[in-house]
Design a protein around this ligand. Structure first.
Ligand SMILES: [Zn+2]
Length: 165
């Protein structure tokens, strides 16, 4: 590995490729030796109850009802992956309500501006709506891929409360 940039910081940040055994920085997305992708975290697999675990994780984002059901019923409430996505969805629902209130308050103020106000309100609600759809789509796709994608700030709380009880 003479071509690899010198990594003097610490050997603790080195990973071994599960396929060929080549050393690489822990931040590598692909093995420099064989090119196989390196998963950053173990992906969710298998079934939980009647559902594939990944589908349950994605379902946790479909309104606030499935995550509540998951957090209250077995075997889902004991599964870290499903719990993480359920808690994250509920936190996002709460954040969404808050954003909705803020947007309405802003709209009231903006509507005081003649002519331009109604345009700004339309623009604002369109942007917020698009952003919400975008985040939701990413979360569902990531869950279906078996990943525990963390939303900034809220994701850390979700991770904290995802430890099965
Ligand atoms: Zn390799």
């Amino acid at each position: 590995m003479s071509l690899a940039p010198s990594m003097d910081e610490s050997t603790a940040s080195l990973l071994l490729c599960p396929e060929c055994g080549t050393q690489m920085p822990s931040t590598a997305a692909f093995c420099p030796g064989c090119g196989c992708p390196i998963p950053t975290a173990p992906k969710a697999q298998g079934k939980i109850g009647v559902l594939p675990r990944r589908v349950a994780g994605a379902l946790a984002y479909v309104t606030f009802i499935p995550p509540i059901v998951f957090l209250l019923t077995r075997p889902y409430r004991h599964d870290r992956f499903v719990r993480f996505h359920s808690v994250q969805c509920l936190l996002l629902c709460g954040a969404g309500l808050l954003v909705g209130v803020v947007v309405r308050l802003l709209a009231v103020v903006l509507l005081l501006i003649p002519m331009l106000g109604i345009l700004l309100v339309g623009l604002l609600s369109t942007l917020v709506g698009l952003a919400a759809c975008f985040v939701w789509l990413i979360l569902v796709i990531k869950a279906l891929q078996g990943e525990s994608f963390q939303v900034p700030v809220l994701g850390a709380f979700a991770e904290h409360y995802s430890v099965p009880v």
